[in-house]
Ligand binder design. Structure first.
Ligand code: ASP
Length: 373
């Protein structure tokens, strides 16, 4: 597999811009004019990055009351950028505040706002790439959602931090620097949405948060990182995968349909599933045991759901491996969908988007999960 390394052109450009300013300030006549004409085009060639801030620990400040406490959402997007030395040499960055929430409060409204703003920015050619600052709890969900609804080949990079600004081991500034570096890289074209955390680049389908507090909290257990980044280089180790993206439309009424996740465990009965049916869920995702298993009572409740036209998806509560069709559960007979490598939270999102797009037939839903439609 070939590994590409890029030298950051932007850094050189910025150095050149400094030269230009120095030359003009010195008023060195013809020489200055010469530098000016060469460098003006270099300066305008700097990639334009639209930074959309949504909140999270990356915009938090350490709380003096305790060593681990912090208040999220204290620092706005523009201030975040100002706090990262050298970031202005990578790209010309325009920051906008979309929301200011801990990502445990991320919701449909903000997702739709993000998707619409990104579409608009690319359509109007306002930006060459987008960086989204986000809390880490649900960053994988937002990345997966956007990857399914955005249609541009310009890069969209999500980034967060595990430690707030001002803490002894703040990881936000480096993560943000590297996110802009990836967004500005010509190699990122055609790769859709990505997540940058702790020197790694991950794809939305595979990334998941695997640790509550560690700086190295993210992994893509079924695939590995798609690339690596440090302040000197961006390296992709996987080719761009386009087939796994289903181009879905945003819901016309501005709301995603309700899809519930039910967590499987020993001694499980069917009551939570029956409650979901009674509460009007349009889909049910089971975070199953092992390869998407659950008790006989739970399966019987899922049969009742499928009989009502509710989309039933078997996923797993494990962090790695695939849930395949018809292994221990006869999905063909029962009309169920196997989530393959999508974890419950992503299976839920894809089901929501499919139902919103009028896709409820288990065969078609399964195709979308496989990325084969
Ligand atoms: N609860 C925070 C959030 O997701 C955690 C973080 O950002 O690391 O917004």
């Amino acid at each position: 597999m070939s590994i590409n390394t890029i030298n950051r052109k932007a850094l050189r450009l910025c150095g050149s811009a400094a030269l230009l300013i120095a030359a003009l300030a010195a008023g060195t006549g013809a020489q200055a004019a010469d530098v000016s004409s060469q460098q003006a085009s270099a300066v305008t060639a700097m990639p334009r990055v639209l930074l959309l801030a949504t909140g999270g620990t990356i915009s938090g400040t350490a709380d003096p009351r305790s060593a681990i406490g912090y208040n999220s959402g204290n620092v706005k997007g523009q201030e975040l950028v100002r706090g990262v030395p050298g970031i202005d040499k990578l790209a010309s960055i325009n920051a906008e505040q979309i929301s200011n929430v801990g990502s445990q409060d991320m919701n449909d409204k903000i997702w739709l706002q993000l998707a619409r703003r990104i579409d608009e920015a690319f359509e109007r050619n306002e930006a060459d790439a987008v960086v989204i600052t986000h809390g880490t709890d649900t960053i994988e969900e937002t990345a997966f959602f956007l990857n399914n609804v955005l249609h541009s080949d310009k890069p969209v990079v999500l980034v967060g931090s595990m430690r707030p600004g001002g803490s002894t081991s703040a990881d936000g500034p480096n993560n943000l620097y590297e996110a802009v570096e990836v967004a500005a890289s010509p190699q990122s074209r055609g790769r859709g949405v990505m997540v940058v955390m702790n020197d790694q680049i991950h794809a939305p389908r595979w990334i998941t948060k695997t640790n509550t507090t560690a700086v190295q909290a993210f992994a893509s257990p079924n695939a590995g990182a798609i690339g690596y980044v440090d302040p000197a280089s961006v390296r992709f180790v996987m080719p761009a995968v386009q087939s796994a993206r289903a181009a879905l439309s945003l819901p016309a009424n501005g709301q995603l349909p309700r899809v519930d996740i039910v967590y499987a465990h020993s001694n499980m009965d069917g009551r939570q599933i029956d409650h979901a049916i009674a509460d009007g869920a349009k889909g049910i995702v089971v975070a199953g045991e092992g390869d998407g298993d659950m008790s006989k009572e739970a399966l019987a409740a899922l049969d009742r759901a499928a009989a009502k036209g509710i989309v039933v998806v078997r996923s797993t509560r494990l962090v790695s491996g695939f849930v395949n069709r018809n292994v221990e559960v006869d999905d063909d007979k029962r009309g169920f969908v196997a989530s393959l490598d999508l974890n419950p939270q992503k299976a839920r999102l894809l089901t929501q988007l499919l139902v919103a797009n009028g896709v409820t037939d288990p065969f078609k839903v399964q195709q979308a999960f496989s990325g084969t439609w």
